[in-house]
Design a protein around this ligand. Sequence first.
Ligand code: ADP
Ligand code: MG
Length: 228
Amino acid sequence: MEAIVICRGLGKRYGAGDTAVHALQDVDLEIHRGEFLSLSGPSGSGKTTLLNHIGGLDRPTSGEVSVDGRKLGELDKGELADLRLEKIGFVFQAYNLIPVLSAYENVEFILQLQGVHARQRRERARAMLSEVGLEKLGERRPGELSGGQQQRVAIARAMASSPAIVLADEPSANLDSAATEELLALMSRLNEARGMTFCVASHDPRVIEYTRRRVRMRDGRIEADERA
Ligand code: ADP
Ligand code: MG
């Protein structure tokens, strides 16, 4: 299986001296194409820090991360931004949709950043919204959608650019159990039908149960790595 993400000896220290926090310590992790993986562990165990490093949003203190064969440490700011745009889809707990844009425009926007032509953009944004079951609600703004619907728009947006991997940080944090169930079924279907690779950080047992590979963290280290 092809490795999309490779973390080698990854360490991240925040601060210095007595107050230093070792958010990641000697993390080795490979994520392969087509995996549906959860990062679990108690609050403060380093899940978000690890996702941020995989996504090139933060720089490690030691070790390295490669995404789709590119070593992130060797890229300058602009190259890193391009890699993020092309290779990585992000889904956050707070949805992070642009409030003044419609659902459809939120999905289209990222394609525009990538320089996709208008006609193709429209087709792709429509196709993605219908893939997540929101074809009828594309004209609504985020404030006119439920939390579960907003999170589905966020998934459509993350997937619109056909990234190598989608990183999701506590995607169910603001959802009730029905919406969580729907979100998981959707991710699971996208994983199976489209081979989309997901890495989901969550301490929610309902989420972890759904994933096929379960990586558990504690104190910045990987404590267990199991396949369901
Ligand atoms: P999780 O997502 O598992 O709850 P985090 O990755 O957010 O854990 O945090 C891991 C540790 O790193 C925690 O002790 C947290 O307080 C610390 N930490 C995270 N980000 C920062 C930061 N920007 N500055 C200082 N400490 C941080
Ligand atoms: Mg977190």
